[in-house]
Design a protein around this ligand. Structure first.
Ligand code: GA4
Length: 324
């Protein structure tokens, strides 16, 4: 079958919220709350992550996906981490990409690097510096969100991803150009999937990509907006866990990547901030009231992760955890 990727019919260009972290703190926290409520997604500028920290990891990622197939397949430590191609999760989801999924604790990064690079110290140095920098950025965003929501303990959210036992992961997605020449006759065939529609299960995701487009987010009315790539900035994606902690005040945005129809590869790097497995997730008491009763039953992050891995990518997993 010959296919080309086209934009899906139901898309429209619209402004993606942008938050400048160098502005007045109370204004920034207000903007973050607005963006998390209305979109579950925003761009962060003046983020404070050094350019060299970004470019070193980007270069390592490019080097990794350039390796011969037998070498990239070696990057497969125990468990669900490591290199993958086309298969997403455990239940038959497919996408036109290859990826590398890594734990974020420094010791595991050092160990894993031995199967990822011929110069493992370069890889582990770049990855550990990047993880530390984006965790700081994620923590700052969470503190600002907590301030904007008037949460009593403003460090409550950030402490979850800073905990020594946190379950955060780092992911590289590599979308090679589709090998196509002719346009296809049937437009339905043309919707090749890069990474299918889903919401992220974790607290929040910090994403950056190279200059190649592909990411789209869904608005509440299910119109899809293309996200313009911006290699020097980050995007924040609110995950299901923060949606529950905020009793649904924040939305966990559904997003997807269309297959890469450009001539060059698209590569994105995501940090998924997650709490320790045994953390109980339930709406914060200050966000629950007789007018706003709790929307969710309590569960642990471990329970939710298990539910995620036994579901299909596009499933609405939170439906199983709604209060009756
Ligand atoms: C989506 C967010 C992260 O990329 C991820 C993904 C995970 C995987 O690719 O292994 C999942 C997906 C993600 C959600 C549902 C389950 C699990 C694939 C899948 C079908 C690493 C994650 O934590 O959840």
């Amino acid at each position: 079958m010959v296919v080309v990727a086209v934009r899906t019919k139901k898309t429209r260009a619209a402004g993606i919220p942008s938050v400048d972290l160098s502005l007045d703190r109370s204004m920034v926290s207000e903007l973050i709350v607005q963006a998390c409520q209305n979109y579950g997604f925003f761009k962060v500028i003046n983020h404070g992550v050094p350019r060299v920290t970004i470019s070193r990891l980007e270069d390592e990622g490019v080097r990794f996906f350039d390796r011969p197939a037998r070498d990239v397949q070696r990057a497969e430590p125990a468990g669900s981490f490591g290199y993958g191609s086309r298969n997403i999760g455990l239940n038959g989801d497919k996408g036109e990409l290859e990826y590398l999924l890594l734990p974020t604790d420094p010791f595991s990064i050092v160990e894993t690097s031995k199967t990822i690079s011929d110069e493992p110290r370069n890889f582990s140095g770049a990855a550990n510096d990047y993880i530390e920098a984006v965790r700081e950025l994620a923590s700052e965003v969470l503190d600002l969100a907590a301030e904007g929501l008037r949460v009593h303990d403003k460090y409550f959210f950030s402490n979850l991803i800073k905990d020594d036992q946190n379950d955060s992961v780092l992911r590289f997605n590599h979308y090679p150009p589709l090998k196509t020449s002719e346009p296809c006759k049937d437009e339905e065939d043309a919707d090749e999937v890069g990474f299918g529609e889903h919401s992220d299960p974790q607290i929040l995701t910090v994403l950056r990509s190279n200059d190649v487009a592909g990411l789209q987010i869904a608005l509440p009315d299910r119109l899809w907006i293309p996200v313009p790539p911006d290699p020097s900035q980050f995007y924040v994606i609110i995950g299901d866990t923060l949606r529950v902690l905020t009793n649904g005040r924040f939305t966990s945005v559904r997003h997807r990547a269309i297959a890469n129809s450009s001539r060059v590869s698209r590569m994105s790097i995501m940090y998924f901030g997650a709490p320790p497995l045994n953390t109980t997730i339930s709406p914060l008491p200050e966000l629950v009231s007789p007018e706003s009763p709790s929307l969710f039953k309590p569960f642990t992050w471990g329970d939710y992760k298990k539910a995620a891995y036994s579901s299909r990518l596009g499933d609405c997993r939170l439906d199983h955890f709604k209060a009756s």
